[in-house]
Design a protein around this ligand. Structure first.
Ligand code: DGL
Length: 274
């Protein structure tokens, strides 16, 4: 394994770009392969087992492409598959997402925390264990924000549709004195301005992406795999959906542009170039 090899980053769709953005900020020299499984988005309403199949095939493809580390930039895929991926590919290194209940429980003053995540994330053992270990008497309110991933995939970050979904989710939480919101889905950081507008400036919104990027940095340092070249690394973008649509969204979601290539699924267990 060499520092020049790429980091692999994947999600069901554009959500992974919120994590990629944080990685690019602190690790600009790294080469990256990004894959959005937009043929299958949303993951959040699928059975965990199916998301595990998808994640295994994606990880295998990224490893075949030479990934030195894989970031599961998706709470749902982390809930469904992170432990399984570590067992299946013991030689590979993975960084995953978990809802940031720990910092939220430490920071809340009202003792009421709201968590926004997908149904599959709430069902997974990872979420249950995070709540059990870290909630410590803090009241946790949950909402799955139905439809929000879909509108964000369409690039609708501040229109009437996301506003209605978020108001329905957040108003009842505010009525119960919630003062901290955990973004438990990597799509949601793209609507932070809207969330902040609804909840007001005094409510803290926690995006875990910067902490995940720091974890990537720590792991690369520890393994001697950090890319130390002085230039800016390239990102190669892939989608199983429509390359043009993702390409058009990149400048807005990532502050970067790039061309997007297509991958296709052979059944549920193999990704190939067309
Ligand atoms: N971005 C994803 C997450 O963090 C998945 C959203 C979805 O596909 O439902 O959970």
């Amino acid at each position: 394994m060499l520092p020049e090899q790429p980091i692999g980053v994947f999600d069901s769709g554009v959500g992974g770009l919120s994590v990629l953005r944080a990685i690019r900020q602190i690790l600009p020299a790294e080469e990256v392969i990004f894959f959005g499984d937009q043929a299958h988005v949303p993951y959040g309403s699928r059975p965990l087992e199916q998301v595990r199949h998808f994640s295994e095939a994606i990880a295998r493809w990224l490893l075949d492409e030479g990934a030195k580390l894989i970031v599961v930039a998706c709470n749902t895929a982390s809930a469904a598959a992170l432990r399984f991926l570590r067992e299946t590919f013991p030689q590979a290194k993975f960084v995953g997402m978990e809802p940031a209940v720990k910092p939220a429980a430490e920071q809340t003053r009202s003792g009421v925390v709201g968590v926004l995540a997908t149904p599959a994330t709430f069902q997974g053992a990872l979420y249950a264990s995070v709540v059990e270990r870290f909630a410590n008497g803090v009241e946790i309110l949950q909402d799955t924000c139905p439809g929000l991933v879909h509108v964000i995939e369409q690039g609708n970050l501040d229109g009437e549709a996301p506003r209605q979904i978020l108001e329905r989710a957040l108003r009842p939480m505010l009525a119960r004195n919630m003062d901290t919101v955990v973004l438990g889905c990597t799509h949601y950081p793209f609507v932070i301005p809207l969330i902040q507008e609804i909840v007001g400036e005094t409510v803290r919104v926690i995006d875990p992406a910067p902490a995940v990027a720091r974890q990537v940095e720590r792991l690369l340092e520890a393994e001697g795999l950090r890319n130390r070249s002085s230039g800016r690394g390239h990102v190669r973008f892939f989608t199983s959906g429509e390359p043009q649509a993702l390409q058009a969204l990149l400048p807005r979601l990532l502050d970067e542009s790039g061309s997007v290539e297509r991958l296709v699924w052979e059944g549920e267990s193999r990704l190939v170039r067309p």
